[in-house]
Design a protein. Sequence first.
Length: 434
Amino acid sequence: MAEQKLHFVLVPFVAQGHIIPTLDLARLLADRGVLVTLATTPVNLSRNQAFVSRPAASPPADLAPPCCIIADFCNPWLRHVARELGVPRFDFYSIPCFYLLCEHNLMHHKVYEGVGGDDVPVVVPDLPVRIEVTMAQAPGIFPPPGWKWMRDEVSEAGSSSHGTLVNTFASLEPGYISFYEKVKGKKLATDAANRGDKPVINEEKCLTWLDSMELGSVLYISFGTLVRYPLAQLVELGLGLEASGRPIIWVIKARELQSAVEEWLAEGFEERTRDRILIIRGWAPQVTILSHPSIGGFLTHCGWNSSLEGITAGVPMLTWPGFADQFLNERFLVDVLRVGVPCGMKRPFWDETVIRGDVKVKREDIKKVVERLMDDGIEAHELRNRATELKKMARSAIDVGGSSEESLTQLINEVSLLAKKQTISATEIQQEKD
Ligand code: UDP
């Protein structure tokens, strides 16, 4: 019997934070000789063209039938497609096991029942570390009105999939992974490369700027791809950064760059801070920046990709979550890994006060946390030491023979076995018919 070529179909959710880790996985699989089809929209394909066109050792696409579907957890509808095609489906989570476990425990123990308000913190049950979270900060569990159907769909798809892939690595969250594995699953990690859109800044220019700064002295600031803050909050952040006196790279995404923001920058801020604050307007080469030795801290919105990139680069973080999994990711960085210092965001960014344009984090507080993270005090040293440890752990996970490599092998072997079983039973059915 001819050996069946392995063909994985990957379907990310259409948002950069989901497409980027799926592309990482696609490339890792292609490097192992698996034929990979990635389904996305033309716009999203063109945004990631640089990454997609990198050479990979994938065999030519000769329409081998798919052996499995890897479905982003936000695409629960794929369970119907997989069932129709008769192929196994693996869910792909671009959020950590820590989050999945918190969500599971909060729901299982119905913790929020009877709690008097969505600002009241509760303790997440059955965790080795004390974690507090409010109902407003856990929107995955209590989605905004009108989205309950999505939560139910995701949970239904999760319980009927063949297996679970999580973008993490074994030594980062061993206790949380093993608990989650009791439900079902496997784990994977990604490697680092620039991802997503074409950077708006010339990478050389950015690196030359970083080269001119002292080792570990620069704070890098990015709020990811979706969270968008109003002018008043950006101004407050800018003034806090200016008062800190530190060298900074500040990414202001294209959708935040309204004319009012440009006017404010032009009114003096950019001129006053030109020698030490580099503003990137649009897409930044984040992974390259984070791995530069001049970077000493990362102010992040706690998106899971950014959190993992900060961990892999070994930089301590200032945490400023926006929504979705980000508040629990903040708790993970601050309370579990202890590589983060919170900036003080308490409510999700879709909160009406943010939409109205209120300031949620004040300039004095921003100045204070930047100092805590970037100065020479004991706390900053400890944060840096732990971040360096995590970087080493991340490196060994993706090394040859590391846990992430091992997980990938297990996944490929399992799909291969399933494909063989399917081929054998199809042959038997055919023989019976003949
Ligand atoms: N990113 C980037 N340059 C930017 C903004 C974002 O390279 O200017 C990348 C970042 O490295 C990360 C992803 O986009 O891989 C953002 O994903 P994350 O989960 O952190 O945030 P979200 O997309 O959910 O806001």
